[in-house]
Design a protein around this ligand. Structure first.
Ligand code: ATP
Length: 269
């Protein structure tokens, strides 16, 4: 058997505690996946299967990929991130073959979480496709076949997808048994921003930082923006340490300067 080359197959290594904010999202994942997994007797009693797909949607950089990795960590599942380029192929029929290989590998490596990034690009509304779109029609149909084909045994295969533009997704992909649960991943509120900043500064040398104030100053920033702010402040502090010849920690000033320099990336979403 030839294992498809689908980029990273990695143990997730992180948990939901590493995700700042997003309390509703976490609650949803607990209900749909974690509680059923951790309570097998009750699950059997209720006849709940351990499969099912979930769509995470919302503006870029707010933690969709992070949440998927964290869920894999909680499930003890390997994590496969599937991008467009892992599936699409210029040769007719190859994309379907790639998809089949991806799902076969996932089934051989259960428990396993498949994460389809940018599912809107793969699963575009078939009605919107013309010309070059005929290749994508096959892709949508193959995803449907893999998700709920009669002969497929997907127990222990968790399928998550992410989209910034869920309205572009073929509605066939959103029907029951497919990506039937949708969870909105919103930009972080003040408390969530504080948690995210704390997470990204964890273990770094800091001096008298007022995270609550910083959280207020960073209204409108995504998790990715906050990660970048911490990175930039860290670079400046490291540079200062090199010049001073001794460890100069990250200060409130470094972080506030970085917060001003990093523009909100969510913008026109
Ligand atoms: P895209 O739609 O662009 O793929 P995304 O929603 O999948 O974005 P992620 O890739 O999960 O966003 O987030 C990018 C980075 O931003 C993460 O690796 C992490 O460092 C940081 N980040 C985003 N949201 C959070 C969060 N809630 N808690 C902690 N870090 C976060």
């Amino acid at each position: 058997v030839v294992e498809p080359d689908i980029g990273t197959i990695r143990a997730a290594g992180i948990t939901l505690a590493d995700v700042g904010g997003l309390a509703e999202v976490k609650k949803r994942l607990e209900l749909s996946f974690l509680k059923p997994l951790r309570n097998p007797e009750l699950r059997l009693r209720f006849g709940k299967s351990l499969r099912g797909g979930l769509l995470l949607w919302g503006p870029p950089g707010c933690g969709k990929t992070l949440v998927a990795r964290a869920l894999a960590g909680e499930l003890g599942a390997s994590f496969y991130e599937i991008g467009l380029s892992d599936v699409l192929d210029m040769w007719i029929g190859s994309s379907e073959r790639n998809l089949r290989a991806i799902f076969d590998t996932a089934r051989r490596n259960r428990p396993c979480l498949l994460f389809f990034d940018e599912i809107d690009a793969l699963g575009q509304k078939r009605s919107q496709l013309r010309g070059g779109g005929s290749a994508l029609r096959g892709v949508v149909n193959q995803i449907l076949a893999e998700l709920d084909g009669a002969s497929t045994d997907n127990d222990g295969v968790f399928v998550l997808a992410a989209s910034n533009h869920p309205w572009d997704i073929d509605s066939a992909l959103l029907r029951p048994g497919r990506f039937d649960r949708t969870v909105l991943v919103l930009p972080p509120d003040t408390d969530a921003r504080e948690a995210i900043l704390r997470f990204h500064l964890r273990g770094r040398p800091t001096d008298r930082i007022d995270l609550a104030k910083l959280a207020k100053l960073t209204d409108g920033r995504s998790g990715a923006d906050l990660a970048l702010i911490c990175e930039q402040a860290t670079e400046v502090a490291m540079d200062g340490s090199l010049t001073a010849g001794r460890l100069e920690p990250i200060t409130q000033r470094h972080l506030e300067d970085a917060a001003r320099a990093v523009r909100p990336s969510i913008g026109e979403w």
